[in-house]
Write a protein that binds this ligand. Structure first.
Ligand code: BGC
Length: 741
């Protein structure tokens, strides 16, 4: 074989170099193009524009296009990208998982890894190579439509979960058949846009970016070697992420050493001209995007002719394009696309939605259940029940239960509830099965959907209530109320849901609320009036089964919130890792009383909160030493006893506060946790190590430094002060962890 790039005996670097030397300018620019396969007729352009990548190419189209690419002059394979966000959901046979927000309530890193492994195997089996996942955005404002896609509000936890997810997608062995590329997105601070409005301006500083929003991405690059980053839509302090060289090149590629490539989000380049008005024309937009460090351009077709013009005019040096092409080709070689892995060979039925995969989904649904209130009603003994009344729009709604990105590329506009129908058990269906097993009567009044005001289910419910032993109300939101550009200004229960709950309450029947929602809603009435509240967010196909198991005590809930619930939408933002205001100190307390005059300071439910049917007692909490030197990690140990009669799992949390520093710092930030299985009556010793670097802050020169002085280490079962034991450690000397360039 004459061509080096076709010969597996050579190193990837040699093969890339050889291929690059054979490519024309047109072929190189084509490699940077990613076009939609599902509309716009862009698949016709494959040969003419030497297209390097398509997105959302499902079914047999992937084989057909790959075959056409193989027949081109150099035969460079296509790389297919898809939003396999919580499972390879665009394929109707694939395993669907709870959404990222829902699954994050498990605080289970190993589960994240296994969910991603399943997704990688199923995605690869359909000829796709690359998922636009995970989302590393920090959930800051619950009005934002994409809260469901995040791992919640804590940057450290996000980084931990994301790193495992990425390792799961990309695989850790040489087996390329079941690995896909991950894409950490949206780089960066997309969740911080003004008013929770999707893709609006984000007013933040580089200090804050480095303190809060960039650390998860840094971990994704440095610890998990993520193959790609996606540039956010929005602008930060006036500079669209797409043209921010500091973000893309100086930090991600140079400081962190990203060896993969950067892809823009949808139409980012064109939008510099048409939406953000920072470029007078599209050619300028192409020029600035390339120089900033984007390697692949998603869905801006004009990039192809305009970039060729820019090169021919001498405005763009071909070396800039070469570097981007090199990064992309390297990943194609790593995936084996030039060799035996160009076409998928797996027998789909032996991979997609198979029992071991579905079992992981059930496990995820169970671990994602968060018990937020229980006045002793739960778990219910089925022997005591003669009749259950199920009410509410989300009791039998596949779309609300599976959540966004589950229905092909229709996304938020989806109305197709036949998708993944076979896999899904709704709450109503799970209870129906249980009623047959346990012999209780079950009645279901669905009533209106989440947004419908015109249906009169209230009188129907009132009529059904006499003689009922238990009411299970499934409330929340639905797909039309969340997702991209589906932000909400109002976080109250919509439609008739509140009236329905009040009718149940008036009857005096015991009330269990199951919350199936894309985000924290403002539900103080439920917190006060329901007998029990279980939150699943979008809990996946097995969400109904999981709710049923929690209800009857077949599963002891262990999930803890990764995002805080506001008392009222006007209380936003309510994340736990807040800063103390000046007036807050008037009360003389460390955490102060900063609040609106008409609103409590605390969220309705806080980050880290979640009950169990077990009770846990923490004792002998200590740090390995009270005085530490620079670069010494801190070890925290304790005993946790399950004082109840039921086996359970406790999520032990460790927070940190820098007491006095040159800059204001948050009142607390998570720096360690452990999921601990504890049998009834058992005591487990728990050790958690806090890496020294966690003590750091970013100074005004953007250096990462740790300042000498006292730090509080807080240990307990949630982020709430009342759940935490405080210890003090002292650092003897200042220390620079990382100098900014
Ligand atoms: C979203 C991305 C997604 C991309 C491709 C965009 O609208 O912001 O998260 O990966 O579309 O579907």
């Amino acid at each position: 074989m004459s061509e080096i790039y076709k010969n597996e005996q050579y190193s990837i670097q040699e093969r890339v170099c050889d291929l690059l030397s054979r490519m024309t300018i047109e072929e190189k620019v084509g490699q940077l193009m990613q076009l939609p396969a599902h509309f716009g007729g862009f698949t016709d352009k494959l040969e003419e524009w030497h297209v390097g990548s398509y997105l959302h190419c499902t079914g047999d189209d992937a084989t057909t296009l790959q075959q056409r690419a193989a027949n081109t002059r150099l035969g460079i394979p296509l790389i297919f990208g898809i939003d396999a966000i919580h499972g390879h959901c665009f394929d109707n046979h694939a395993t669907v998982f709870p959404t990222q927000l829902s699954a994050s309530s498990s605080w289970d890193k190993d589960l994240m890894y296994r969910m991603a492994r399943v997704t990688a195997k199923e995605t690869r089996a359909t000829g796709q190579h690359w998922t636009f996942s995970p989302v590393l955005c920090v959930a800051r404002d619950a009005r934002w439509g994409r809260i469901n896609e995040t791992y919640g509000e804590d940057p450290w936890l996000i980084g931990e979960m994301a790193a495992e997810t990425i390792k799961g997608y990309q695989g850790d062995g040489p087996n390329r058949e079941d690995s896909i590329l991950a894409c950490a997105k949206h780089y960066v601070a997309y969740g911080e846009t003004l008013g929770g409005r999707d893709s609006y301006e984000c007013d933040t500083s580089r200090r804050k970016l480095l303190s809060l929003f960039m650390p998860p991405f840094e971990k994704a690059v440095k610890e998990a070697n993520v193959a790609s980053l996606m540039t956010g839509y929005h602008a930060i302090d006036g500079v669209p992420c797409t043209v921010d060289k500091w973000l893309l090149t100086d930090v991600a590629k140079t400081d962190w050493g990203l060896d993969g490539f950067i892809v823009t989000d949808w139409e980012n380049v064109r939008s510099l001209h048409t939406k953000q008005y920072v470029c007078e024309n599209e050619k300028e937009a192409c020029y600035r995007s390339l120089l900033a460090g984007n390697d692949m351009i998603m869905s801006t077709p004009e990039f192809y002719p305009l970039t060729i013009e820019l090169i021919n005019e001498g405005r763009i040096d071909i070396s800039v394009v070469d570097t981007a092409v090199e990064r992309i080709l390297t990943k194609k070689f790593e995936l084996g696309l030039f060799d035996d892995m160009r076409f998928f060979t797996a027998e789909k039925s032996s991979v997609m939605g198979i029992k071991p995969h579905l079992d992981v989904s059930l496990e995820a649904s169970l671990k994602s259940m968060v018990l937020l209130k229980n006045n002793g009603l739960l778990p219910v003994d089925s022997a005591d029940i003669k009749k259950i009344l199920v009410v509410g729009p989300n009791a039998h709604d596949v779309i609300a239960q599976l959540g966004d990105w589950s229905f092909g590329s229709m996304q938020a506009g989806a109305t197709n509830d036949t998708y993944h129908r076979d896999q899904t058990t709704t709450v109503f269906q799970a209870l129906q099965k249980a009623s047959q097993v346990h012999g209780f009567e079950l009645e279901f009044i669905k009533g209106s959907d989440c947004v419908d005001e015109n249906f009169d289910e209230i009188s129907q419910i009132e009529q059904a209530l006499p003689g009922v032993d238990l009411v299970v109300a499934c409330v929340g939101d639905t797909l039309s109320q969340n997702g991209e550009f589906h932000d909400r200004a109002d976080l109250n229960l919509s439609g008739k849901q509140q009236a329905m709950l009040e009718a149940v309450k008036a009857s005096g029947s015991p009330l269990v609320v199951a919350l199936i929602a894309s985000k924290p809603l403002s539900i103080p009435w439920i917190a006060e009036n329901a007998d029990a509240l279980v939150c699943g967010f979008n809990p996946g196909p097995y969400g109904g089964e999981a709710f049923k198991q929690v209800l009857f005590g077949e599963h002891n809930p262990s999930g803890k919130l990764t995002v805080s619930f506001p008392v009222h939408v006007g209380q936003l933002p309510v994340y736990y890792n807040k800063y103390v205001g000046w007036h807050a100190q008037s009360s003389g307390q460390l955490n102060g009383e900063e609040r609106y005059i008409d609103m409590p300071k605390d969220p309705l439910f806080s980050f880290g909160e979640g009950l169990s049917y077990s009770q846990y007692v923490y004792s002998t909490i200590r740090t390995s030493r009270q005085t530490i030197e620079p670069n010494q990690d801190i070890s925290v140990s304790m005993n946790v006893t399950n004082t109840s009669q039921v086996d359970g799992t406790e999520i032990v949390q460790v927070y940190l506060r820098d007491l006095y520093s040159s800059y204001t710092t948050p009142v607390k930030k998570l720096c360690g946790f452990a999921r601990v299985d504890i049998k009834a009556g058992e005591t487990r010793a728990v050790d958690i190590t806090i890496p020294f670097e966690e003590l750091a802050l970013i100074d005004s020169s953007l250096n990462k430094v740790v300042e000498a002085g006292d730090f509080h280490i807080m240990v307990g079962s949630s982020s709430k002060d009342c759940d935490l034991t405080v210890l003090t450690i002292n650092l003897t000397k200042d220390c620079v962890v990382m100098k900014s360039n």
